[in-house]
Ligand binder design. Sequence first.
Ligand code: COA
Ligand code: AMP
Length: 629
Amino acid sequence: MGYNEVYDRSIADPEGFWLDEADKIDWVQKPSKALFDDNAPIYEWFSDGLVNTCWNAVDRHVEAGHGAQAAIIHDSPVTGTKHRISYAQLRSRVARLAGALRAKGVDKGDRVIIYMPMVPEALEAMLACARIGAVHSVVFGGFAAHELAVRIDDCTPKAIIAASGGIEPGRVVHYKPLLDGAIEQAAHKPDFCVIFQREEEVAKLIEGRDYDWHAFQYGVEPAECVPVEGNHPAYILYTSGTTGAPKGVVRPTGGHLVALNWTMKNIYNVDPGEVFWAASDVGWVVGHSYICYGPLIHGNTTIVFEGKPVGTPDAGTFWRVISEHKVKSFFTAPTALRAIKRDDPEARELQNYDISCLRALYLAGERADPDTINWAADKMGVPVYDHWWQTETGWTIAGNPAGVEALSVKVGSPTVAMPGYDVQILDEGGHEVPAGTLGAIAVKLPLPPGTLPTLWNAEDRYRKSYLTTFPGYYETGDAGMKDEDGYLWIMARTDDVINVAGHRLSTGAMEEVLASHPDVAECAVIGVSDTLKGQAPVGFVCLTKGVNRPHAEVTAECVKLVRDQIGPVAAFKLAVVVDRLPKTRSGKILRAIMVKIADSQDYKMPATIDDPAILDEVKEALQGIGLAK
Ligand code: COA
Ligand code: AMP
């Protein structure tokens, strides 16, 4: 069957299509049907089945005789170590950790926060939660204490599993003080913490609250897999929205298993036993779906890479990992390739490695610019497949189904809609627009299995954020178009979310932090074009009347404040002081025009602007920091 038949069947007969795919998963009790639509527009899949994620990701491969196969390869240039964990070892490690959590009172449905760097223990912690039906929420290591505190208060975890530290090039990230600070700030207190001590950073434990990872597991009874309902939350993953409060995306267990399993062959074109590598971080959705769950559910070997595309130690690291571990399909963010291309434009490092094992490169997380795609295709000699998805969906909305049928690549387009996604381009009134016309990208409900059914403890927010603008559709927050061949083109966000080095960030959250500075009366944050990271945030602050301090002092404090409150991942390094912000007569800040000025693009003066002269002030301030040429 080619792509068209597969896709058409998924839309015409979703029950049949997804029940067939569900057969490839081990159920304790098979679901009676696929779609549960009694509570539409809130949809669920496989709700009455009974299943366990850890069984499907680990135990079933051991039972099938693949216990000796590597499940995880940890390759860590920052610590100079590499090691392999087989499926059999993974099962006993996860069962023991799960047993220890259970012995301390963690049960089905309890939440557990995981705050760890790129070590296999992060995956083991995720799988241990899944084994006992606990709901994990992984928090990215580049977030500061405040962001962690917000997540603790939102999902009220019984336990937090953290590492003592992470290693960034040139510095150790001290996780423990961040964790302690977060617990102090949060109103909710976890019952206990489990700390994985790293050789590079041994943290001081708080007696009675913190347990050492190894000591904690000593002598416990390993836990068996606990069956959970198909609609039981597998995990919560927070992502940026328009405001400072992150959205807790809920991932349902049954759909997650079925959909990810489908993608491994049909999109990433790997067979069980082959090596798959996603160079991302467990803190992001890519890490959840394609470092941890997808490859393991499908019986692949996954690589946990603790390093950067450049500087650990050089721009050849990715090629080394691919050749050394015989990677078949490789997934990264365009920004990582831009970093390599900047350091090694001729890809001379590639001459030192044989990457003929590689079949294809997959890019996602941000818009893949044609220069990067063409460079990668040329130097690496493999097809480069852009694919578009979001934390909310957990897997590809639009991609190139290479395992079904490799469609011709149109550089700049992530190709076509994947099964179950009825993607439409809508105008403001919610009507589909003709091919080639820009509009809001929406997906006709229901979304396919594995996608979010709701937000954690915030169904109203879920409805308002995604289901209200276009009744009967899921609003993606992206704008773009479809061409005559049905290929999608993703052009921009329709909200205040920006994408910095493949990391999704909220300018609203940064504005909330800037507004908390005592000398700041008003502020705006925009995302400007950045040749390496895609976008970079720039803050504009207006000072409180009477404040007469050097501007550089205030902006330096603003930069520090965002780093301390949100974390280094915000990459907030540029702020300027302006007298006023450009606004419409009704008081709306003209952020889109500020972006155009910063990016030295032409813009149309809006008829509703309050005072056009302010735009000159904005331009001058931006020129002071090397923008708006
Ligand atoms: N823990 C703690 N801090 C972290 C971190 C982590 N897990 N990840 C990043 N940071 C810090 C970095 O050290 C950096 O701090 P600095 O301001 O002190 O230099 C800051 O957060 C910004 O990080 P980043 O945006 O990643 O930039 P970088 O300069 O470290 O590296 C790239 C630039 C392009 C090489 C890098 O961004 C990259 O490879 N990104 C991959 C993108 C990716 O995997 N995205 C996931 C979606 S698929
Ligand atoms: P995240 O939830 O962090 O994965 O971010 C999702 C957002 O990143 C999407 O809504 C897009 O705005 C952007 N994005 C992800 N992948 C792509 C892609 N392939 N092309 C364009 N934008 C992308």
